[in-house]
Every structure is written in C-alpha cells, then in structure tokens.
Design a protein around this ligand. Structure first.
Ligand code: HEM
Length: 377
C-alpha cells in the first residue's frame, strides 16, 4: 500500500519508514493577521490530506475547475500514485516572537521554552538565506515529483500569506527509521543510520522523540522538535583520503558498516577496546564515538536526513552534502550537547561544513477533526 495515513495522534513523516526523496521548505509568514494565518493552515490541512491520499490538491484539480481560470492543481502528479507521501509541518521560534520582538499572532506566551534558536557552534558557516523560517513543511515521498508537487501547490495557495524563504531537495535517504529497512549510504559512501532510533523501539521513541504533556507547553504533547542542518560535504578532499583514514574518521568499516573491531553492521561499539600500542580501536575523535549515547550521558536523537547535490559551486566543486534532519523531544538537551561535542572534536569536521540551520516545533497529529496547529491556535 502506498498511502501513509495523514490523520493520527502524531504527524506522519517522523517515525514513518523513511521514503527515498524529500522536498523541504521553510516559509516566512507575510501577514500580521491571525485569521489569515489560521485560514491558510486549515486550507493546507485539507490539501495535505488529499495529496497524501494520492488525490489532486483540491476538488477542482488540474482540469475540472473551468477553462478560464488558472488550474487549481498544477498537474504534474496527475498520473502518479501517493508514493507514500507524508507532509509534516513545524513552527519556528520567529512565528511566536518576531525579530522585532512583536507577537503578531498572539501566541508568544505559548512558545515552548525548548523552542529557541540554536546556539552558534564551533565552525558554523551559516548562510542566513538558508536558515530559520516561521513555518516549515517536510514533504517525503518515494517519487521526487510527488514531493515537489506537494510543496509547490501548498506554496502556491499560500501566496499573500506566506512566502518560501528557502527550500531543499534531497535524495537517497541517509537513515533508516525502521528495522524493516536496509541501511542506506551517505555521499561519503558509508552506511548511515545503523544505530538510529527505530520505530520498533517504542521505549526509545517515547523517551527521545515525542513531547509529553508535562514537558513544556501542553499543546505540544504528541509533537516533536525538528532540527535541520544543511551540511556541505567537501567531496573532493574526502575522495583523495585513503580508506584507512576514512574508516578511522567515521569509526566504522566502509564495506560492511561494522564498527571498527567488530564484524557485522549491528555489532555493538566496543568503545573500550584497545589495539596495537594500547590505542583505542575506535579513535577518540571518531564520529561514532563522539555521537554515541555512551559518550553523551545517554542522549539519543532520531535522524531522518537526505543526501543532496545542488550542482557545482562555481569553483568546480560539487555543492553536495547531507541535509541533516533530527527529531527530538528537547533540542536543547539532545541535539545541542551532541552537536557541541561533534563541533569541537569530530575528526569529520575536516571534511564537512554546516551552512544552514533551523529549528521548529512540530505539533501533534491532527486527530479526527483538527487542522495543522489546531492545538496552538
Ligand atoms: C552515526 C555520518 C553528521 C549524529 C553516523 C554514521 C555515519 C555518519 C556514517 C555511522 C552509522 C550510524 O550509526 O548511523 C555522518 C555524516 C555527517 C553526520 C557524513 C555530516 C555530513 C551528524 C550530525 C549529528 C550526527 C550533525 C548530530 C548532531 C550521529 C549519531 C550517530 C551517527 C547520533 C550514531 C552514533 C552511535 O551511537 O553509534 N553518522 N554524520 N551525525 N551520527 Fe552522523
């Protein structure tokens, strides 16, 4: 079955087994009117419910709304199935309190404390034009045209209320969120997502992904927080690096994905193991060691990122990397300390650069009768 149910207690697109493609868009709200914003969220919800079911964006669709008006649906997904499309919405800190300190929509008092802009991390080279946003929509599907069609139609009806601030296309999921999926590879050629939180582990999901009623703001119960980082991967220097060094940097074997010192992909990380000369087998500055729950006082996150390649950068280098997406119950105590540790010490930093960043509160699912954000407004 290629339809992922849209309605539910939690939003689809988080623990849903990761689809192959993504189109992610961040919007700025261009109106000061709460009514207009709520009207758009209601309209978006109706369209999202239709499109995720494989239908056209609206009843009138691409060809049935009359010859003398622009079609209601842009049409490029007409002959395509739902392709497991999920649409997931999130609200940025600036929706609650604008840069000018204004509370445009009367929701400043409802901003979760854990929804604040991320601190600057060592080595950040953030482009403001690829960062932030009042609202985000993550579209994931197994067909890129279906994901792009969804974002395009939502952006189109938002004209006058929202404007796209930045967007990112992704391919080749870089994580698995279900034990039913095989582990894909990122653009450095390594299996990515081996030790990710999996939907089949409900204890980890409820501890590290879903916001609980007692956490912060009650309207966020059953929601989550999304951290997006556009991470440029310096492909050319990496490709000139010898295999031994690549594996030392990650802490795993490139072929099998096994941790260094282990044999199979899912073998445990032996962080205490010593090799020749008493040196740790998994190096002290390797990525998997520094990102591991063992080194971080038990912290975990749900990763759901995608590879991207946006052509070349004008110097003949691929503008490629990882569009990193993490879901967590509290970005301040999960993502932030993890990224602080990685930003300071990770051997991978020689080969990557964080160029975009955003954080969003992802509200709970729309239930039977709600609309996107109905617990907030
Ligand atoms: C693990 C690659 C950025 C968090 C891994 C693995 C690879 C990898 C190959 C091993 C397989 C696995 O268990 O998934 C990369 C690359 C990155 C990147 C190429 C940048 C381009 C990040 C960032 C974070 C992160 C920014 C979070 C702040 C993790 C975590 C693990 C992991 C939590 C699992 C560690 C464990 O418990 O074994 N990454 N990663 N990664 N990565 Fe990354």
């Amino acid at each position: 079955d290629d339809v992922v149910p849209f309605r539910g207690a939690v939003q689809a697109g988080i623990v849903t087994p990761v689809q192959d493609r993504m189109h992610f868009a961040a919007f700025d709200v261009t109106t000061d009117s709460r009514e207009e914003l709520v009207a758009l969220l209601r309209k978006w919800t109706a369209m999202a419910e239709r499109m995720t079911a494989g239908k056209q964006a609206t009843e009138g669709g691409a060809v049935d709304a009359g010859e003398y008006r622009p079609p209601d649906d842009t049409g490029e997904a007409l002959d395509l199935d739902a392709c497991r499309l999920t649409l997931t919405i999130g609200f940025g800190p600036s929706l609650f309190v604008g840069a000018d300190g204004k509370d445009r929509f009367g929701i400043a008092g409802l901003r979760p404390q854990r929804l604040t802009d991320l601190p600057k991390f060592t080595g950040d080279a953030l482009d403001p034009a690829r960062s932030g946003g009042d609202i985000c929509i993550q579209a994931c599907a197994d067909d890129p045209q279906v994901a792009v069609h969804a974002i395009r139609n939502l952006a189109r009806v938002g004209f006058g209320t929202v404007a796209v601030k930045w967007s990112q296309l992704g391919f080749g999921r870089t994580s698995s969120t279900s034990t039913s999926q095989s582990t894909p590879r990122n653009l450095f050629g390594f299996k990515d997502g081996t030790r990710n939180i999996k939907a089949e582990d409900p204890a980890a999901v409820s501890e590290f992904v879903w916001a609980a009623p007692i956490d912060d703001q009650a309207w966020m119960a059953g929601g989550s927080y999304l951290v997006a980082r556009r991470i440029r991967m310096l492909i050319e220097p990496w490709d000139r690096t010898v295999l031994h060094e690549q594996e030392r940097v990650i802490g795993r074997s490139k072929g099998s994905g096994a941790p260094l010192g282990g044999r199979d992909e899912f073998d445990p990380l032996e962080l205490e193991a010593k090799g020749a000369g008493g040196k740790p087998v998994i190096d002290t500055d390797s990525h998997v060691r520094l990102a591991s729950a063992e080194e971080l006082g038990g912290i975990q996150i749900l990763r759901r990122g995608y590879n991207f390649t946006d052509g070349s950068d004008g110097f003949g280098h691929l503008d490629a990397g990882l569009f990193f997406i993490a879901y967590c119950r509290d970005p301040q105590t999960q993502f932030v300390p993890m990224q602080q540790s990685l930003a300071r010490n990770d051997a991978l930093n020689e080969y990557i650069k964080h160029v975009g960043s955003a954080v969003f509160a992802v509200p709970p699912g729309v239930g039977d009768a709600g609309y996107w954000g109905s617990t907030l407004f």
